[in-house]
Ligand binder design. Structure first.
Ligand code: SAM
Ligand code: SF4
Length: 330
């Protein structure tokens, strides 16, 4: 079992398989994109599979494939198929923007994918373009329909941005009336490839909830699943649920059970840390075996910061936040 120095069981890996993306969400990266990693800088699929195998043996039970856009990486379906066969892995999920995902849904279903997180910040085509610089809303909506038709559980993630999509909060909530989906609103974090302004956010979790209550005063708190990063609610009579993720305020750190591996093979034990271990160089050192590499990862986990504020304080000294979420994986 993997445990950190605060007694938290670490059983969840978020694996970012690429930094590339077919959208340019303004909260994630600039319109011109970021400085893409060269192929040799990325972990290969074999290296990722070896790492996942080691980590599942050590105690990881759930893996989420993310990016960048995971389906922008060539060969991803056969990698997902290999991961799905890992002995001991209890849950394999994916976070996608849904642009090219619809045609892949039947194959994903056949591989055992039961749940997908799909990012969608607006239901308005013009606003979708303004936020992502691509006219892909119809393709994303098609992914939603296709996933539901294949009985794949959907969580829709919407980043709430002051002045950009707050008029979408209530229409997105309204989707939960007839659809069995979880709509989750995320506080915007400072990972847009452009640096942390240090400003407080206007649309924090309290304001988002208060806004929903203006139209749905009967919205009620429901039990949060273990390790949930969202506060969860339901509107009486609605099939789906609502979640609010206080990602900027960082209220979920106490029960954190996760680690991240970036596309270039860096281990992050906190979203807000600087990267704490170069797994790629360990994997490419032929003198090191799996046991030694797992020990190095265990040692890094043992030093996991208590929360995102502590992680940011440590990193602030040498390197303020300037990453894009596409190199972290969300
Ligand atoms: N491309 C995929 C997608 O968009 O779903 C997967 C990668 S994306 C980086 C993962 C998640 O991070 C998405 O739900 C996205 O909305 C979220 N995200 C990206 N930048 C963010 C930011 N600055 N603040 C909050 N959430 C962010
Ligand atoms: Fe791409 Fe996802 Fe970042 Fe949007 S949030 S630019 S879809 S990686």
């Amino acid at each position: 079992m993997l445990t950190d120095n605060h007694g938290r069981k670490i059983n969840y890996l978020r694996l970012a398989v690429t930094d590339r993306c077919n959208l340019r969400c303004s909260y994630c990266m600039p319109e011109e994109g970021i400085q893409w990693l060269e192929r040799k800088e990325l972990l290969s699929f074999d290296e990722m599979l070896r790492t996942c195998n080691m980590l599942v043996t050590a105690g990881i039970e759930k893996i989420r494939i993310t990016g960048g856009e995971p389906f922008a990486r060539k060969g991803i379906m056969s990698f997902i198929s290999d991961l799905a066969k890992l002995d001991g892995l209890k849950e394999l999920t994916i976070t996608t923007n849904g642009v090219v995902t619809a045609p892949l849904i039947p194959e994903l279903k056949a591989l055992g994918i039961k749940s997908i997180n799909l990012s969608l910040d607006t239901l308005d085509r013009d606003r979708f373009y303004a936020i992502t610089f691509r006219d892909e809303l119809p393709a994303v909506l098609n992914t939603i329909d296709t996933a539901l038709a294949h009985d794949i559980h959907l969580k829709l993630n919407a980043v709430v941005m002051n002045g950009k999509n707050t008029e979408d909060i209530l229409p997105l909530v309204a989707l939960t009336k007839d659809l069995p989906i979880d709509v989750r609103f995320i506080e915007e974090m400072p990972f847009n490839g452009d640096g942390h302004t240090g400003q407080e956010i206007f649309w924090d979790y309290k304001r988002i909830l208060d806004h929903i209550k203006t139209q749905y005063p009967a919205i009620a708190k429901i039990q949060d699943p273990p390790y949930s990063t969202s506060y969860n609610y339901q509107i009486p009579g609605h099939k789906g649920s609502i979640g609010i993720i206080a990602a900027y305020t960082r209220l979920f750190c106490g029960t954190c059970n996760r680690i991240r591996i970036t596309p270039q093979g860096t281990l992050k034990t906190c979203l807000y840390d600087n990267g704490v271990l170069n797994i790629k160089s360990l994997l490419r050192d032929e003198t090191l075996n799996d046991t030694t590499i797992v020990s190095a990862i265990q040692n890094a986990i043992a030093h996991k910061p208590k929360d995102g504020h502590e992680a940011e304080r440590i990193r602030d000294v040498s390197n303020p936040v300037h990453e894009s979420m596409a190199t972290i994986g969300g």
